[in-house]
Design a protein around this ligand. Sequence first.
Ligand SMILES: [Fe+2]
Ligand SMILES: [Fe+2]
Length: 293
Amino acid sequence: MISNIEIDEKRKQKTVRTLSSVYNLPTVPIIVFEVTKIIDDPRSSAAVLGKTISKDQGLVTKILSVANSPLYGIPRRVSTIDFAIVILGFNHIKNIVIALSMMDAFKNFGGGRKFDQKSYWSHSLVTATAAKRVADDLGFSFSGEAFTAGLLHDLGIPVIYKYFNKEYNEILSLVKNKEMSFAEAELTTLGNSHGEIGKILVDRWNLPVALSEVIINHHNPSLANNDNELVAVIHLADYMTQKLGVGSFDWDKNYSFDQSVIKTLNLGSEEYVENFINSYKDLFENQLESIKF
Ligand SMILES: [Fe+2]
Ligand SMILES: [Fe+2]
């Protein structure tokens, strides 16, 4: 149990200080500024937006992989960025570009043990598309936000890898040798969870408050003060990757399901949740095949 871990307040504060004094934390990437400017300009066209996005081929591949993912549910094959813009819509493209660029900001770092970028990306994308789909299926209007929040919910993990590499290695050792959960090991070495660390970053980038709320509480949605339904959907989608074994991530091993979600999302009973999750099995499996880098 996480509650058995005594959090060293000094260590916790030190981690927060270290993070806030890192001046070379990635700033919001230029492409995000450019894309936001185009989208917020009522005179701009899909063609101009497509041209700007095409400057970043990695982004193009990822956007197409989102548009073609089975969980996303677009029946036709989307093979060009211009078509993706038409199908997904300006605002949704904006959210996707922001989220993908944020994730990109933590790519390609070296040192110590390897960070499994591929599993991280698959996990984030499956969680994002599942969160969007679940939000739609349950009749919530926030499915766009759910997608972005799903992509970014574990952002704190690559941050730990990059800025606290010594602790990152310590966490892996504690999990392996002392049979601790990742959550316990994070608190032991850093005094902060990856959720708390991700939140610091998102706040620094002035991203929406709802996103912060999701990131800090995604393992414990009952602790959320606002946007409870959104936080609950992300928790459920995150748990589904683990439960269905599709797009699961090591860091989420022993992920415990927060029962408060049943009430928040009006799911009735534990048994209903179980059936609900299983009804997504095929979609999840097809989803994994469609993921590209
Ligand atoms: Fe997490
Ligand atoms: Fe996760």
